[in-house]
Design a protein around this ligand. Structure first.
Ligand SMILES: Nc1ncnc2c1ncn2[C@@H]1O[C@H](COP(=O)(O)OP(=O)(O)O)[C@@H](O)[C@H]1O
Ligand SMILES: [Mg+2]
Length: 393
């Protein structure tokens, strides 16, 4: 594969193998406060831990490749994500990004333990979470009962907390770009942890990724301005979060072709119920009990997050405040962005979007994703820029 091999990196790896892991911790690593032995896993150790990446240990398969469960000699369970993307990025850049991601730590984020860059494939090693991802439970009528209302509300608030950290508190701002039910993992107590938060950084804007929905987002969760024009900002995540909130309340996917026409698209259906003053009809019928005030608040926040206009979507700070303050009066949502759903295209025009972003005082964190080239430039926190990412679709 076409990855540019940096001789310094391999020399460092050789030192690691020859002299033990800690011996190779260089000055850079010491400055970072991250020792190399914390970062690198031997391929051999991962092969043994996963029974040579046996199908029996496969946890799932995503756009970047398969994920395997592994057991380390010290008894620690891990999840190994084999990145089978043909990355043109050099090994040094890759490990630099992993070092950054290792510093990104929050109780609502899956912990990245390190990486492995031996052999043709790069791998990421995560803590293993026993309850898999939210989609497994939420969209399975036999299992979804175990997600009672209190748990769902905790998941909704936990994901908001994790996103707030990524957007505002992490060492560098991270726009996740692929918030969805299968990227929310659940720990033994069903607490939510956002996963795959670094993939957009690790594989920024390469052509190969533009053609997959995996890195650029997943259909049904993507903000209209991003899906159509490639405009990427923290509000892209806010939109996906809104869809996820509505899925958690309703216990159904954002699109379900099996349902009757007016219900098939979750956002359109929620908007219709909102207009009729019957939002609580959305609540998952498998729930034995539910707090109607909390459910109505979640639905309203979900709709606000999915506003077509970027400026009308709250940022994660406001969302966190809405959840944690009793006295917060929620704004009334307008019609959500329904782009690309069931053939209906209600779009934010480019000019409206530009006006909104320029005028929006709370707007932060824009990124230019450059189609056709292999980088994403992070601009200053208050700037906004355009991307030609939609060329890849
Ligand atoms: N750290 C982990 N612990 C437990 N299961 C995991 C972990 N990471 C991923 N998985 C499982 O593997 C599946 C595939 O993961 P991924 O490659 O991220 O694809 P996707 O998120 O699109 O499903 C996930 O849906 C999840 O069920
Ligand atoms: Mg995932």
């Amino acid at each position: 594969m076409g990855c540019c091999i940096c001789s310094g990196f391999w020399a460092c790896l050789d030192k690691l193998k020859a002299g033990g892991r800690s011996a190779a911790a260089g000055a850079d690593d010491a400055e970072d406060g991250i020792e190399s032995f914390d970062l690198f896993f031997d391929l051999n150790a991962l092969q043994i831990a996963t029974s040579f990446f046996s199908d029996l240990n496969k946890l799932g398969h995503g756009g970047f490749g398969p994920v395997y469960k592994g057991l380390m000699p010290n008894g620690q369970e891990i999840a190994v994500k084999k990145l089978s993307v043909d990355s043109r990025q050099g090994a040094r850049e890759f490990t630099n990004e992993v070092k950054l991601l290792l510093r990104v730590q929050h109780k609502n984020l899956v912990m990245l333990l390190g990486c492995c860059v031996e052999g043709p494939e790069k791998m990421l090693v995560y803590e293993y979470l026993p309850n898999k991802s939210l989609d497994y439970i939420l969209f399975n009528k036999q299992k979804s009962g175990s997600l009672d209302w209190t748990t769902r509300f905790r998941v909704i608030m936990g994901v908001a907390r994790g996103l707030l950290y990524l957007h505002e508190e992490a060492p560098e701002r991270i726009i996740h770009r692929d918030i969805k039910a299968s990227n929310i993992l659940l720990d033994e107590k069903l607490n939510p942890k956002i996963s795959d938060f670094g993939l957009a950084r690790l594989f920024p804007g390469e052509d190969t990724h533009l053609n997959t929905f995996r890195i650029s987002g997943t259909h049904g969760y993507m903000a209209p301005e991003y899906a159509m024009h490639g405009y990427l900002s923290v509000k892209t995540d806010v939109f996906s979060y809104g869809v996820l909130v509505l899925e958690i309340v309703s216990g159904r996917k954002n699109h379900d072709g099996q349902l009757e026409r007016e219900k098939a698209d979750l956002l359109s259906y929620t908007w219709m119920l909102h207009q009729r003053g019957k939002v609580l009809d959305l609540v998952d019928p498998t729930l034995a009990r539910c707090n109607p005030d909390e459910a109505a608040m979640c639905i309203q926040i979900g709709l606000l997050c999915c506003q077509a206009s970027v400026a009308e979507r709250p940022d994660m700070n406001s969302i966190h405040l809405m959840f944690s303050s009793d006295s917060f009066t929620l704004p009334r949502p307008g019609k959500p962005g329904l782009q690309g759903r069931g053939g209906r295209w209600t779009t934010t025009s480019t000019s409206a979007f530009t006006n909104n972003t320029n005028a929006s005082s709370g707007y932060t964190g824009a990124t230019k994703a450059s189609g056709g080239s292999s980088f994403v430039e992070e601009y200053s926190r208050n700037s906004m820029s355009h991307s030609s990412m939609d060329e890849g679709r």
